[in-house]
Design a binder for this molecule. Structure first.
Ligand code: NAP
Length: 339
């Protein structure tokens, strides 16, 4: 199969590594105003005997509900081979049935609880063996109850961040073909921009301090908004650390998909839920949030940028500075799956 590159995209070619250029696919690039995005360099097989699909194969954690589900439906409509994961098989069945009925596409489902280490290890090994082209690590919780997992870990940090760290590194470790592009998308939050903006400029969390990362992992009975914000900063830092590692043909982008009322907010106090529901007309629609996740999958951003809904924006320096990444790695390295 030959690949065709539209002339507008030729302008971006000097920005790409030569190995990227060799495998540049034509399907998915949507230029973002004023920002140099690269096109996800899909593997396009010219070998008819190859088992690889010409379309990118996409993994979406948290694809059973909310924004991940919406992204799964959009990708299914484009005929991608997708795998979704989550805990709830009933929700998964509904996504699969919708995809079959509307698009004649049957996603796979892997049932897993990402708050539990053993399940994360099993899941990470399985998806690493399956060699996806795009991994959208999107599963997340906010204010989970109880605040500690059955294994006595900090529940938000384990589900949102530690599991993503374990999965992403296992996928990188087991990558069998360096020529094949691999792209990660991490669902972060707009909170990465605002968490430091306390009235007196006080920092409740400094990502450059090893001790602050260590403290964030200590479980307590309440796992609240602060932990959610830290887990989302960590995901943006994780994404930056992968980008900056310059692994051949590996890209990584974090995205704030938009603010949408979904099940993730079901543990917020009733009054906060009411405010968010009232603000719905001014928030992102679920459909747009799904589209924002898909955009991040198709258009990797350079390190230091993230998607703030549908626009590329600058990440705060503390998310991807050398000292923040060093502190983050010093603490999280322990979570790499060794075998
Ligand atoms: N909604 C927003 O305004 C907003 C804003 C910024 C960022 N985000 C981020 O976007 C992502 C998706 O959020 P959403 O609003 O779509 O939430 P949601 O509707 O509650 O969906 C969360 C997804 O994560 C999965 N999940 C939760 N806990 C899990 C666990 N322990 N193990 C495995 N899977 C688990 C759920 O699957 P099961 O239920 O099947 O387990 C579900 O598919 C999250 O990372 C969130 O932080 C959301």
């Amino acid at each position: 199969m030959t690949s065709f590159v539209p002339s507008s995209r030729l302008l971006l070619l000097p920005l790409l590594r030569s190995s990227h250029r060799a495998v540049l696919g034509e399907k998915w690039a949507v230029p973002i105003r004023g920002i140099k995005t690269t096109t996800t360099a899909w593997f396009v097989s010219s070998d008819p005997k190859s088992h690889r699909s010409a379309m990118p194969r996409v993994l979406i954690t948290g694809g059973t509900d909310g924004i991940g589900r919406e992204a799964a439906l959009k990708l299914a409509a484009e005929n991608h081979e997708i795998t979704i994961s989550g805990r709830d098989s009933k929700k998964a069945k509904d996504v699969i049935e919708q995809c079959q009925a509307k698009f004649n596409n049957t996603p796979r489902f892997i049932q897993t609880d990402l708050s539990l280490e053993n399940e994360v290890i099993k899941f990470a090994n399985q998806v690493a063996d399956e060699q996806y082209d795009v991994c959208i690590l999107n599963a997340g919780v906010m204010n989970p109850k109880p605040g500690r997992t059955r294994e006595d870990r900090e529940a938000t940090m384990m589900t949102n961040l530690i599991s993503s760290y374990m999965i992403a590194h296992k996928i990188i470790d087991k990558r069998s073909d360096e020529q094949r592009p691999l792209h990660f998308v991490f669902s972060t939050s707009i909170l990465v921009k605002f968490h430091n903006a306390t009235p007196l400029g006080l920092r409740f969390f400094n990502p450059q301090k090893v001790s602050d990362w260590q403290k964030s992992l200590i479980p307590s009975d309440v796992s609240g908004a602060g932990k959610y914000a830290i887990s989302k900063i960590g995901l943006a830092t994780l994404s930056s650390s992968i980008s900056l590692a310059n692994i051949p043909n590996v890209t990584s982008t974090s995205v704030h998909p938009g603010t949408v009322y979904t099940n993730i907010m079901s543990n917020l106090p009733a009054r906060q839920q009411l405010y968010i529901k009232l603000a719905r007309p001014f928030c992102t629609s679920l459909s747009d949030a799904g589209a924002n996740l898909v955009r991040a999958a198709k258009n990797p951003l350079p390190a230091g940028k993230f998607y703030q809904a549908d626009k590329a924006a600058k990440l705060p320096n503390f998310v991807y500075s050398e000292s923040s990444i060093a502190a983050f790695e010093e603490v999280f390295e322990q979570f790499k799956i060794r075998n």
